[in-house]
Design a protein around this ligand. Sequence first.
Ligand code: ADP
Ligand code: MG
Length: 699
Amino acid sequence: MATNIPELFGSSVFNDKIMRAKLPKDIYKALRKTIENGTHLELDVANAVAVAMKEWAVENGATHYTHWFQPMTGYTAEKHDSFISPTGDGQIIMDFSGKELVKGEPDASSFPSGGLRATFEARGYTAWDPTSPAFIKDHTLYIPTAFCSYSGEVLDKKTPLLRSMETLNREATHMLHLLGNTDVTGVSTTVGPEQEYFIVERDLYKKRKDLVFCGRTLFGAAAPKGQEMEDHYFGALKPRIADFMHDLDKELWKLGIPAKTKHNEVAPAQHELAPIFETTNVAVDHNQLTMEMMRKVARKHGFVCLLHEKPFEGINGSGKHNNWSLITNTGVNLLDPGKTPGENTQFLVFLMAVIKAVDDYADLLRISVAGAGNDHRLGANEAPPAIVSIFVGDELQAVMDSIENDTFFTGLHREQLETGAHVLPHFTKDTTDRNRTSPFAFTGNKFEFRMLGSSASVSTPNIVLNTAVAESLRQFSQKLEGVAPEEMGDAVHALLKETIIAHKRVIFNGNGYTDEWVKEAKKRGLYNLVSTPDALEHFTDDKNVELFVRHGVFTKEEIFSRDEILLENYSKSIHIEVKTLDDMLKKDFLPAVSAYVEQISDTAVKKKTLVPGLPLTYETSLITKLSSLQAEIASGLEQLLADADAADAKESALLTAKAYHEVVLAHMEALRVKIDEAESLVPDALLPYPTYDQLLFSI
Ligand code: ADP
Ligand code: MG
């Protein structure tokens, strides 16, 4: 049956169209004003909105509502309350007030707070974010909210994001006014996150404790085939995968999520989904929902969706590309160079603001994507290196060179693309090729930050990006403030030139996967924060605290608490891996090896009785090999458990995390080599869990 997609799109969302239809005119106007300008929302408006929302929700099958929020776990949280309200005569009505819409009071003590609050100060608040639309899912009305403690400390990923959007809006609008563009009254940021993921059979998944508990395989010999044939990327979709993707699209469209592109990715069993970009906080909420729907729809199809950054060794892991730009309330993309970037002063100012921001706060950008999972990808020649640098391409490089050297920029020649086949349409080539190795690339009219891991919220990188760019613009404004209009051109040129000279070290248009770049980056004084603990050590550096405090995005205490949470998260993730490995080795793997050794021994004994003097070198060498690997694995495991205990006993969260990185993880990797070697000698039939070839090639 054909579905009317325009009708389906947003059908589960309390969107603008519904609001306009359901709300009295003045209420609708007041709400729009709050959404667009962030003005305070009066209670009578909230009450009217609540009534309309409830009516619409109940009509569409909802029985409950929930304040939906994003605590520091990186996941979303929800607690459902029904609309029922007793009328005193044993009956009920469906009721929902403005107060319930605007504010919730969940117990905050069981969410990570990084020592911000003692557990007896349990009260927390959730506050409605009217800029992200409410929606219905599973018979519940979901209200996007921010989450803070009783005393006002932020405990979530939405509040600082909204704050960062506000400060960037203020600084960018101010800059545009200084440049004479006074029509603009607001600037917001847009984000389009491309999401990678793996799909595996659910029955197989359930047999692997490492996938269930850690989201990744902790060992497993490589399948005979990996991604070397380059045949999966953009390959034809298998029917069951196509069905899954179709269902997923429909579920996302219902929720108003503009899912646009889907395709097979580089690794076997790996895929990607990209939406059309939206305002940042809506894009962040939608990415959370997308990940949730991927998991849910996959289950319906007998699959499991793996969002871990590195589910399988030896093939690519999954990331997320954060496409980011700035747009004015008059609809102008501030990162669109137009036909003549060399003459587009406004564009150049914003471009240089981003470049300066990325150079000044490269450490924070690296921190914003840090995590145990993502550490497996960054710098492993499948994702950008841990060094943050910017790719601008030939045309912008030429523009910047001409500004730096006071030479006249004549523009690059745009060639016709010659395919040699006359039936094909002709089009002009982009002025620059792509660079897949760059962590932060200019892609025509936006930047693409490519270091994000697949599982994490896209909130944090955008908090950093928005705040850092706001700071560049603030500093630029100080230099342009009070300059007479007739001198503005020269002042801007001087500012651009000085900024290029100061920050060109962060620009790198070459291959980021090479060792030469690592050396070169070191010479240039760029950060190379290889692991999460290395990166997090810099979170609380003075310059970073100053940045967030100045822009009202985090207090000093909030930064320290977040640092603590992230460090603990890192150590806990690896500790869970150690415990899972312990369990799998003792209960699944080592017994399987023993069973095989026994089988071979039995065979050898039988052979010997049957034909005395028959050579038994095959059996004896296999038994010897397996037994010695088994002994090494068993002792390696004991060492690993002791390492984890020692790491936990360190005096601070940072030292614990460092010990997990330097000792535990290193030993776990060495141990894995032995396990994989032994596994490759044991028949599949004796292994109580599915191997790589089954996991990656069975759909
Ligand atoms: P590319 O082929 O360069 O990756 P696409 O047009 O396919 O570009 O876009 C990739 C992602 O970037 C999509 O999610 C898209 O919506 C997003 N995107 C495009 N323009 C912008 C913008 N101005 N701001 C933020 N994201 C954008
Ligand atoms: Mg892309």
